[in-house]
Ligand binder design. Structure first.
Ligand code: PRX
Length: 669
């Protein structure tokens, strides 16, 4: 994280009390109540989680044991012996508890006129048909189904159909390109892939099925591909006996064909979702059914103070964990109305979000700081045209929200009175971990406030430098297991253990500090991840792609501060001898990453260098490269460990030229 941003967070002193109006009806209505629940959860974690699981979910069979720890490998099993089904909890039970004709899913297409709404009954019908359809393709309990789909209702339906069967879905963000998709399908050994002909993005048709075809040549596990006809593309290549159109496949199943829910064990895997780790290979995070679903429902209810008549909108793409937990599983488990939007906030005009809030009378709006920053820049005139008075709670996720964006969000969207729940969590944690409760906690802009009840977070000192100070900062860790925690890393137990090995407890990979009032301030990743617009990317993955270019010798990728994205990608690249630096090569390298991982991972800047700064043992000093990328030249720290300190001035000069927009000059450096 940038020094500037850390400094602005450290100097932020304002605070905001929770609104009085709404407190009495809130799930948790005061700081005292929050503290007393924390106390109870701390004294009797199993009692606390068991009670929440029983209150929030329908169990076909109760568990024998809330938590079983196999402490040697840090393996934790939740609700052992319990039986349930996620589709039953997210749909079927609402058909008999008065919500049958309530809107479960409201979908706004990219085209304003394109809206679809599914009641719980309608969702049930579609999910049963798709479960039958997948079953006809021999998808069975435990099989993996990859979902490479845009933000269309079929994505939610497919997830719940897998859950109904007991198949494990593994979503792949539709913005990923070849390498990202290939590694995920190969790792999960998916039997079926569900995709669409194309995604609609800012008025353009972006093919998906055509991207997938060459990838599938290298994925022998895939027996079938189901294709949703989203964009009515012509000439979509369909391979005989492998590919089938979604509408043709479900056509065989009538509207009243129930598909019974498979009674699953609480410890079965509900889904697999890959995230960027510290290596070049994505980490296949597994979430268990009982623990994850309990945690999703639990946090959705408390953090968003969800009530039965709320219209709730989480803007995250369902290809990421936020979309899984807070657009699908959490709200549907609670029987809420969840809004889903296919488009981008700025197309055709930067008013899409405000328009949707007005149109559907959204009460709870959960988005990312990068979105707030980009809309903030385009001026308040876009917000003033709309009636946003239905809003009750705002939320933020993905990266620390800088005080400027917080203040804008609070003032122009939140009428200077709505709580903003800043939620810190990760793919691995399943749901929010450190987050404000909207009617209980006083807010400080930029702080995710306190750990939720039952979450035993703390900070382990990074160094002793800060000794003697009142504040603590260091590694953010979680001491006790919680139901939403990942169950494992798919076919990689060693990787799973690596989260626990250093401290013997869960290590988040983030740095944080706790202020004198106990507020948590997240300071960004400590490991080699970059957080671009709230999306975690691995530096190693990008370096692997860059070094695959025949002219590239070495690559070192680091984050640099960026006004809109929070962090942007900065790549230092050395070339083989006799390969000249050129603008063309720079474009080629960007395109390579764009093609292989996706546009999100494409470096903002590529700086060609003669040499990377290395230690005598040959280790690249990324810390220094990070500082240079952030223009903090005077803060490079101890340069004596460099094998050749003379490389630094040339790198700094090259960086300055690049920033000044004269990259051609540094080719002479
Ligand atoms: O660095 C933290 C940052 O996002 C990382 C997790 O990324 P991912 O697994 O992709 O999940 C993103 C959505 C939950 C964290 O390690 N992060 C997430 N939320 C916040 C945050 N940093 C600061 N404040 C947050 N509210």
């Amino acid at each position: 994280m940038s020094q500037e941003r850390i400094t602005s967070l450290l100097t932020e002193k304002r605070s905001y009390l929770p609104p009085e109006h709404g407190k009495s009806a809130a799930w948790i209505g005061s700081q005292e109540e929050y503290e007393s629940i924390c106390q109870h959860a701390n004294d009797d974690p199993e009692g606390f989680w068991g009670a929440r699981a029983a209150q929030l979910l329908h169990w076909f069979r109760p568990w024998n044991k809330v938590l079983q720890s196999g402490s040697e490998n840090f393996e934790y099993q939740w609700f052992v012996g319990g039986k349930l089904n996620a589709a039953y909890n997210c749909i079927d039970r609402h058909l008999i508890n008065g919500r049958r004709n309530k809107a479960a899913l409201i979908w706004q297409g990219e085209n304003e006129m394109n809206v679809r709404c599914y009641t719980y009954q309608m969702l049930y019908t579609e999910v049963c048909r798709v479960a039958h359809a997948l079953s006809s393709l021999r998808v069975r309990k435990g099989d993996r189904v990859a979902l490479y789909m845009p933000m269309i209702p079929e994505l939610v339906i497919a997830m719940l159909a897998c859950a109904r069967i007991g198949a494990i879905h593994t979503a792949i963000f539709s913005g990923y390109a070849e390498g990202g998709v290939l590694s995920r399908i190969q790792d999960s050994k998916a039997k079926v892939v569900i995709t669409a002909d194309a995604a609609m993005r800012a008025g353009k048709v972006k093919p998906l099925k055509a991207n997938l075809d060459p990838i599938l040549e290298k994925c022998p596990s895939v027996a079938h591909v189901v294709v949703v006809n989203r964009a009515r593309m012509e000439n979509v290549a369909m391979k005989r006996n492998r590919d089938v159109w979604w509408h043709d496949l479900i056509d065989d199943f009538t509207l009243d064909a129930d598909f019974p829910c498979e009674p699953m064990s609480a410890t079965d895997t509900l889904f697999l979702l890959h995230t960027s780790g510290s290596t070049g290979k994505p980490t296949g995070v597994m979430h268990s059914l009982g623990g994850y679903l309990t945690y999703a429902a639990h946090t959705t209810q408390w953090v968003f103070d969800m009530r039965d008549d709320d219209v709730y909108w989480c803007t995250a793409d369902i290809g990421w964990i936020t979309g899984h937990t807070y657009a699908v599983y959490g709200p549907l488990a609670l029987g809420a109305t969840t809004v889903m939007f296919e488009g981008v906030p700025t197309w055709p005009n930067p008013d899409r979000y405000w328009r949707i809030i007005e149109k559907f009378r959204v009460n709870i709006f959960y988005t990312a700081p990068t979105v707030v920053r980009s809309l903030m820049r385009l001026g308040v005139a876009w917000t003033e045209r709309y009636d946003l008075s239905s809003l009750r709670i705002l939320g933020s996720v993905g990266e620390p929200i800088n005080p400027e964006a917080w203040t804008w969000f609070h003032k122009y969207i939140g009428r200077e009175e709505l709580p903003i729940v800043d939620t810190w969590w990760q793919t691995e944690t399943g749901g929010a971990m450190i987050a404000a409760l909207p009617y209980a906690n006083k807010l400080k802009p930029g702080s995710a406030t306190f750990p939720l009840p039952g979450i035993d977070a703390t900070i382990i000192q990074q160094s002793t430098e800060e000794d003697g100070e009142q504040e603590q900062r260091g590694y953010l860790v979680i001491r006790k297991p919680w139901p939403g925690m990942m169950q494992g890393v798919f076919q990689n137990p060693q990787k799973y253990r690596s989260y626990f090995e250093r401290f013997g407890i869960y290590e988040s990979g983030d740095g944080a500090r706790i202020d004198e009032e106990g507020y948590y301030w997240i300071l960004g990743r400590i490991d080699d991840s970059i957080n671009v617009s709230g999306h975690r990317l691995s530096t190693a993955e990008i370096e692997t792609v860059l070094t695959a270019h025949p002219q590239v010798g070495e690559a070192a990728v680091v984050p640099m501060p960026h006004d809109l994205k929070g962090e942007a990608i900065y790549a230092y690249v050395t070339l083989h001898e006799d390969c000249p630096w050129s603008e063309e090569l720079r474009t080629d390298l960007r395109n390579l990453v764009r093609r292989d991982i996706g546009p999100l991972a494409s470096p903002e800047y590529i700086q060609f260098v003669e040499n990377l700064p290395k230690t005598c043992s040959g280790k690249t000093l990324r810390r220094m490269l990070r500082k240079i990328a952030g223009s903090a030249y005077s803060d490079l720290g101890d340069t004596t460990s460099l094998a050749s300190p003379a490389v630094l001035p040339a790198i700094i000069q090259g960086h300055q030229n690049l920033m000044a927009g004269h990259p051609e000059q540094y080719t002479d450096a």
